[in-house]
Design a protein around this ligand. Sequence first.
Ligand code: NAP
Ligand code: 8YV
Length: 323
Amino acid sequence: MAKPDVLLVGARKPVIVGGLDPNVTLHHWLEVKDKDAFVKENGEKIRAIAVAYTADKVDAAFMQRFPKLEQISSFGVGYDHIDAKWAGAHGITVTNTPDVLNEEVADTALGLLLCTVREFPQADRYVRAGKWTKAQYPLSKATLRNRTVGMVGMGRIGRAIARRLEAFGVPVVYHSRNPQDGVTYKYYPKLVDMARDVDTLMIIVPGGASTKNMINAEVLKALGADGIVINMARGSVIDEAALIDALKNRTIFSAGLDVFAKEPEVPAELLAMDNIVLFPHLGSSSEVTRAAMDQLVVDNILAWASGKPPLTPVPETPYPPKR
Ligand code: NAP
Ligand code: 8YV
């Protein structure tokens, strides 16, 4: 039987290319010089797309170029870079890579929280600058010891973060659109009410229209002067201008950010602040976890290629698709 034609959008990652190459005819979109000529020649042949990074956008206009498209296997649990609603309405299945990254991202979230509260990156810079020989590093003003963490999102990763916080003896409450099955932490239907009652927000919701700028000036004001915001979700979830204002005017205490509105660009105002902690979107970025995510991209394509149901379809594209 002829191998199906699959388009790889994004970089040649060894696990993805190694897993797909023997089983499908793989085309590399990044390496195509004349995109229009490629589509003219191969557009009708491409039946599946593999997406290598969450920075690689797949919108309706792109999908329309491939009229026989059946499957998009995307890297990352977040899929706000794919127009899944459009895909669902056009009989295309979208898959993501959930669960295999939960513990890694939760570890990073706790690391970012501790770095932000106890100023560990600043202390490291202090030692390297030779300042310790002259004076002790100042005591940190903040501590985790008297904090309550309000989780914004209590899904797969949120629960892994909450478990860690419990082990640290930190009280946890949460906000999401609905109370989550089997979760016993106090639930807040309104984000601003939770922000008023806690001093720390841990954000781990999906990106996209429904969460855009949900952490706004009102929420930051409610959080208050001891407030710390940790964003592990997507940059779009925070109104970045409001956050910068709140940090500049000290209406909140600090922030730890793994994600930004226009990655990899980080606003100059944030770069200039020494009292916050900035990570380069590295929630899941260990070799072992990234390899597991890449493998799931491959496994979803291979399941499709052998006529099996997708392993991890997103809710917008239930299987079997309506065609
Ligand atoms: P998940 O299992 O789908 O959980 C999402 C949670 O967010 C649920 O509790 C959901 O509850 C809540 N939620 C969704 N939309 C909401 C809204 N509009 N308002 C309030 N709450 C909302 O997802 P996950 O696997 O935990 O992943 C969460 C997100 O983390 C991903 O989508 C991705 O953007 C981000 N992420 C970042 C990194 C990183 O490297 N920094 C790594 C992995 C994932 P309801 O549906 O009841 O509202
Ligand atoms: C990725 C992520 O590492 O899974 C997600 O949604 O955000 C991360 O795991 C990140 O998108 C890097 O491309």
